[in-house]
Design a protein around this ligand. Structure first.
Ligand SMILES: Nc1nc2c(ncn2[C@@H]2O[C@H](COP(=O)(O)OP(=O)(O)OP(=O)(O)O)[C@@H](O)[C@H]2O)c(=O)[nH]1
Ligand SMILES: [Mg+2]
Length: 444
């Protein structure tokens, strides 16, 4: 992992270049060059005399390739510096030759994430937005994409701004009191301060609590499929995924290991986990599988309890914060009129697909609006920082209770502001920057 010294961030008078498209052969590849000399370095290789800003220019790059060059003049570029993007043919040879030509005439190879680091250093992005860019690049599911976009410029980014503003207001109010006390004036009314603090605390708590949901949404909401052997759990998994993922057989105890698959419904991704059927057994392999089933159950936010409808079922009474859905499978084996119909039960036939639509609906309802919220907290670094803000605010609250002098209260408030600042990078350590930008590939 590269280490970013503060001095390195400040020192940006060199020009960097990298291939910004993925390694491999493609239709086209983009080589990017950024820095004070980007334009001069690029133009020496091109068959045109000038590049106009923001115009794509078709020209020749040395005798290597026909390319399209686009010049973004500072500060109107991703990095905030002069940048030239050269789109060449996607041959490995051409990409490397173009990059090499640029580095031989004054640019140096960029480190991982260095373009985005420069964007941060030039105030184009704050730290949480830079992290969102990494998440956006990594996003595979619609939910990951939505959360990354929200962190980049959506509800979540807005929420952080609001929190910061409220903290600043609070501090200002307290400093007013500090000013007064210097003039030896008694400033007794702290009720407004209290009110602001309470509002702030409530919002902060909601955000902190959204972390478990945020994480689940990002990775896929864990849904455990549990039940006795042979009830049709694996058949149900396959039917929901529309894929022949798990082995199905009439032999009880077929599934030994947990088997996962992703299912996306209306933009929400669920991580379905088929498990080994729960029963008493002497088979040591099956026992291991059953232990894994229990673990999958514990970690799940939603549990599908599958029963064979011809065999009856037990009621479930739990209050563990999970959503429980009772699935009566093999409904094709009994007459429609004889099916048990209760609101919390869903009759399905994993075999012929009956009732699967109702089950999908129940899955969506189980997470409901919570998963669609775009102010969910998903980043563990932010989570840690917000917890520290929370602790500092609790100390402020206590100090107010104990009627501490304003300057003591102010210390904790500033502490809260400091920790909030670490999220956006208003205050950032080398270590933090290194771990964030080290996540990127070269060229980003
Ligand atoms: N008629 C009918 N048979 C089904 C249905 N679903 C599953 N089966 C059959 O039930 C048997 C067991 O199915 P599995 O999906 O392997 O059951 P399981 O719950 O995963 O079993 P274990 O992995 O052993 O715990 C197979 O013969 C399936 O074809 C259904 O909806 N209707
Ligand atoms: Mg199975």
């Amino acid at each position: 992992m590269p280490s970013y010294k503060q001095t390195e961030i400040m020192k940006q008078n060199d020009t960097i270049a990298a291939i910004s498209t993925p390694i491999g052969v493609g239709g086209i590849a983009v080589v990017r060059i950024s820095g004070v000399e980007a334009y001069d370095v690029a133009i020496t290789h091109l068959s045109v005399a000038v590049l106009e800003p923001r115009k794509a220019t078709y020209c020749r790059f040395d005798d290597i390739d026909d390319v399209v060059a686009t010049y973004f003049a500072a500060p109107h570029s991703y990095t905030g510096e002069d940048t030239v993007e050269i789109a060449c043919h996607g041959s490995l040879y051409v990409q490397q030759a173009v990059l090499q030509a640029l580095t031989e005439s004054g640019a140096r190879m960029a480190q991982a994430g260095e373009f985005t680091l420069r964007a941060f250093a030039n105030g184009k992005l704050d730290l949480s937005q830079a992290e969102a860019v990494a998440d956006l690049i990594d996003s595979v599911t619609p939910a990951q994409h939505r959360l990354a976009m929200s962190q980049l410029r959506g509800g979540y980014a807005q929420k952080l701004k609001e929190l910061r503003q409220q903290l600043v207001d609070l501090t200002a109010l307290l400093e007013l009191e500090l000013d007064f006390s210097q003039e030896d004036v008694e400033f007794a009314d702290r009720s407004q301060l209290r009110e602001l603090l309470t509002t702030l605390h409530t919002q902060l708590t909601t955000l902190i609590q959204s972390f478990s949901m945020g994480n689940a949404v990002k990775r896929g909401i864990p849904v455990a499929i549990v039940g006795a052997p042979n009830v049709g759990k694996s058949t149900l998994l396959n039917a929901l995924l529309q894929d022949d993922r798990a082995i199905v057989s009439p032999v009880p105890g077929t599934t030994r290991d947990t088997i996962e698959g992703l299912l996306t419904l209306d933009g929400i991704t669920f991580r379905l986990i088929d498990t080994a059927g729960l029963r008493e057994t002497d088979d040591s392999v099956e026992q291991l599988g059953i232990a894994r089933s229990r673990k999958a159950y514990e970690d799940a936010l939603v549990v599908l309890h599958v029963h064979d409808t011809t065999e009856g079922m037990e009621e479930i009474h739990t209050n563990d914060g999970k959503r429980h859905i009772i699935v009566l499978n093999k409904c094709d084996m009994i007459e429609a009129g004889q099916r048990e119909v209760q609101a919390c039960h869903i009759n399905v036939s994993a075999k012929n697909g009956d009732g699967l639509e109702a089950l999908r609906l129940a899955l969506k309802e189980a997470v409901g609006d919570r998963a669609a919220d775009d102010t969910l907290l998903t980043n563990s670094r932010h989570y840690d920082a917000l917890r520290k803000v929370d602790e500092a605010l609790k100390r402020v609250d206590q100090a107010l209770d104990e009627e501490m002098p304003a300057d003591l209260v102010a210390v904790d408030l500033r502490d809260a502001l400091y920790h909030l600042g670490t999220i956006t990078g208003a205050v950032a350590s080398e270590e933090v920057l290194g771990s964030i930008f080290g996540r990127f590939c070269v060229g980003k």
